[in-house]
Design a protein around this ligand. Structure first.
Ligand code: KG4
Ligand code: ZN
Length: 347
């Protein structure tokens, strides 16, 4: 039929999530419910996501999450057409919790199972929110990933380049730790940067002198560490203003790199696809207002449309998994009980 309703499950990092998405062809998809249980508090004391703690929390929460999403959407399994689940890439214990739960539900209800690549979930979000037409250029920037993709179809992506070391979200998180700001680091560094001087330190812009759209962010954290230690050595500690200035200087460097590499990715994209370009961003870092605004400027300069999903659909969620699963399902692609959880799974 033209209308599909899909339940989605996500548990690949530190968010346990379930969602129900309905889509009638020719209309906008509807997120009927989207539940997210974040684990930030559980990992706070450890300065990063602890895989064992994450896996246990996913195992405990995934059923609750599914029930809540189904209740909120006010649908029963008789109204569900397929069960989509993140099958990777991610922390294997968490991915397993989701896959096992989805297999159980599929076996119990007889509803088809659809394995989804987490990155495809992020990459297809512009279609969930705007029905963005293929092909489009995608910048995927999160805590674990950073890449430029051309989305040709629900399962066809070309990678133009990406980070050769850390992801920007990881750099935000590490910077927050170095500055004594709370996790997750993205929002807290962004907040501090609002009151800071981005020109007080000139942080490196790695690989800007190199052709192509590969990026590097690991040198930035070393630069932040050095700048922080210099201030601490001189004054015995960081003032509030030092923190804000460091945060702003860091964010300015990340923004410059992402903006310049987006310009280059756009040129590569246009060489192959001269028609109606659209750039979309997704992933947690795409929630950053400074970065969004700069990318908007790059697009405006090139006469290119820019689309960024609302913040709640930029960070990890299950609505994107339900939607990506729905696109696979429409192509007639389903999985069976041999679906495996994959820690690594390039698009
Ligand atoms: O997509 P996501 O929820 O999880 C994956 O990594 O897949 O992204 C989380 C990352 C974290 O590193 C977080 O610090 C970063 O996105 N983030 C931000 C902002 N909000 C979240 N980074 C910069 N600015 C933000 N406002
Ligand atoms: Zn993600």
């Amino acid at each position: 039929t033209d209308t599909l309703t899909v339940l989605g499950l996500e548990s690949s990092c530190d968010d346990t999530a379930a969602a129900v998405v309905r889509h009638t062809l020719g209309e906008m998809p509807e997120v009927l419910a989207s539940t997210v249980y974040g684990q930030t508090d559980l990992h706070a004391a450890f300065g990063g996501v602890v895989p064992e703690i994450a896996a246990r929390a996913h195992a405990e929460k995934i059923d609750v999450c599914v029930r809540q999403a189904m209740d909120q959407a006010n649908v029963g399994f008789d109204q569900i057409d397929a069960i989509a689940v993140t099958a990777g890439p991610g922390l294997i214990g968490g991915v397993l919790s989701g896959v096992m739960c989805a297999k159980g539900l599929s076996a119990a209800t007889g509803k088809p199972l659809v394995g989804v690549n987490h990155l495809a979930g992020h990459a297809l979000t512009p279609r969930l929110t705007d029905q963005t037409a293929f092909p489009y250029l995608m910048l995927l920037v999160s805590g674990g990933h950073c890449q430029f993709l051309i989305a040709h179809g629900p399962e066809q992506f070309t990678r133009l380049g990406g980070t050769i070391d850390d992801a920007p979200g990881e750099a935000f998180d590490k910077t927050a730790r170095l500055l004594g700001l709370p996790q997750p680091g993205g929002p807290s560094v962004e907040h501090a940067a609002k009151s800071g001087d981005p020109k007080r330190w000139r942080m490196p812009r790695p690989l800007l002198d190199r052709a192509g759209c590969d990026m590097s962010f690991s040198g930035l954290k070393t630069a932040i560490l050095r700048a922080r230690d210099e201030v601490v050595a001189a004054k015995g500690g960081l003032t509030e203003q030092d923190r804000c200035d460091l945060a702003a200087s860091f964010q300015a460097a990340v923004t410059d790199v992402l903006a310049e590499k987006t310009r280059r990715a756009l040129e590569l994209y246009l060489a192959e696809n001269p028609t109606t370009p659209t750039i979309a961003v997704a992933g947690g870092v795409a929630a950053n207002q400074t970065i969004r605004t700069r990318l908007e400027q790059v697009c405006a300069e090139h006469g290119t449309a820019f689309t960024a999903p609302p913040l709640a659909l930029c960070t990890d969620n299950a609505a994107m998994i339900a939607y990506a699963g729905m696109e696979r399902f429409r192509l007639g692609h389903t999985d069976d009980m041999t679906l495996v959880a994959r820690p690594r799974w390039p698009l």
